[in-house]
Design a protein around this ligand. Sequence first.
Ligand code: LLP
Length: 463
Amino acid sequence: MSRSAHPAGPRHADVLPEGHYSAPAADLNALDPKVWAQTVTRTENGSVSVGGIDVSALAEEFGTPAYFVDETDFRARARAWRTAFGHDADVFYAGKAFLSRAVVRWLNEEGLNLDVCSGGELTTALSAGMPADRIAFHGNNKSVEEITKAVDVGVGRIVLDSFQEIVRVAHIAQSLGKRQRVQIRVTVGVEAHTHEFIATAHEDQKFGIALADGQAAEAVRRALTLDGLELVGIHSHIGSQIFDMAGFEVAARRVVSLLAEIRDEHGVELPEIDLGGGLGIAYTSDDDPSEPHEIAKALGEIVTRECEAAKLRTPRISVEPGRAIVGPTAFTLYEVGTVKPLEGLRTYVSVDGGMSDNIRTALYDAEYSVALVSRTSDAEPMLVRVVGKHCESGDIVVKDAFLPSDLAPGDLVAVPATGAYCRSMASNYNHALRPPVVAVRDGEARVIVRRETEEDLLRLDVG
Ligand code: LLP
């Protein structure tokens, strides 16, 4: 991330602390369209609206903290991916980023497929009418129950992640009298430039089967001999929140060269390759993600070129974007509870949520931005750290940002780009009640995941 130490002098404190943050935006009231959902604007009265509804009205009706997802934007992004990849490719939305039944219906209507990685995600997808043959099932340790259900309902593909799983899936499929379409997930040995916890193509991690040492070729050999399996392709996912296309290029090249090896050894041309998800989004104004049509063009060209060189028919490509579709479409709305200036350091702004609704800052050092959204302000910028209400000092939502220095309890602030991996990774830490997800579109707002209640917490407590 290209952030440099703030060069300018302090505005509200005499000394600004060392740190890596950008200078405050010239106008703190401005909303950078890079990080805010498509229909978010500032209205004439100074507050912010989404889908034509004022955030103050949304806070009044649905409470805070809450996630608001711009349905128009979600559908537009889903469609952009679908259109960019065209009819010769498939887009599988990665449900782990955020999944609910409403989302499944939007995806279905927009012509996307779905990638799930647990029995719970599979059940959600099926219960909202996603056809099983448009579902891919992932995971490095799928249970026998999960595999059995996936095979039984007829998922379009299971992505095999280990030698044991090749045998396990084959056995289950055979015992159900089925032949399951599968892909083998390989690790291509690429070092993706992202946080260690979300990089997945280097060799020293738990996913997939390494291309190195002929491991993947051996997995293919075994899969091809098992009656319960129909091996249709090779899968690679190099990591998440990646901006540099170079890693995808190397992955595509190595996967195609495995296809050529398979053709040479077995006389079989596998018809599919999946290049995974992982495309980065803008969390702050410093991030510059690629557009789906640029990504589709780049991947299509590499695969076509490599296949021509290897004299292979070009396989059907699929991709699995999660964050790039849902991430930018939502923001989290919080109410400010306390404002605590620490002279010479920064001002701590406590909001009514925290690491229970956004663990990404604590877990990956993720960067976010924040804005005052219930009104405008011409006050000087102050350096803030937006923190939650949990009992630990790592409970940080936005590490370094600027807000107007007249910020006060009762103001509403919003953190954009929280559509991916926030609600889906939310917890009940400190018995927090997980916030609702509200979809907003054309002047209408409806809850798609309701707020948890204390009764929900007590229902699980059987002591
Ligand atoms: N396909 C596979 C096989 C994956 O494992 C993932 C993400 C995706 C697709 C979607 O990746 P995306 O396009 O959303 O980056 N919790 C972390 C991200 C973990 C990603 C896990 N796998 C975060 O908050 O950054």
